[in-house]
Design a protein around this ligand. Structure first.
Ligand code: ZN
Length: 94
């Protein structure tokens, strides 16, 4: 005979991704985007050591919306880091 008893299972808390806020303006990086719009910015530095089968890496990352990247970061990079060179722009635009 298989027996059952009722037990109360405590609710659990999970960490679920909700959104990413821009570290510069505080807005959601997905704000003002339509269903098919893409406006990704990835600024991350991975550093450490990588051996066959074992990796010891740390990273530093900044969350930034596309608007802040184009309006704030890109002009600063162009002026201070790229020394006036034009940043690479690739992709199709209709
Ligand atoms: Zn922003």
């Amino acid at each position: 005979m298989i027996k059952y008893e009722e037990k109360q299972i405590p609710a659990r808390t999970e960490k679920i991704y909700v959104d990413t806020e821009c570290d510069f303006c505080g807005q959601s990086v997905h704000a003002h985007l339509g269903n098919y719009d893409v406006d990704d910015v990835t600024i991350v530095s991975n550093y450490g050591k990588q051996f066959p089968g074992k990796t010891y890496l740390q990273n530093i990352s900044v969350d930034m919306c596309g608007s802040c990247f184009r309006a704030k970061m890109l002009p600063w990079l162009t002026e201070h880091m790229l020394k006036g060179r034009t940043p690479l722009v690739e992709g199709e635009k209709d």
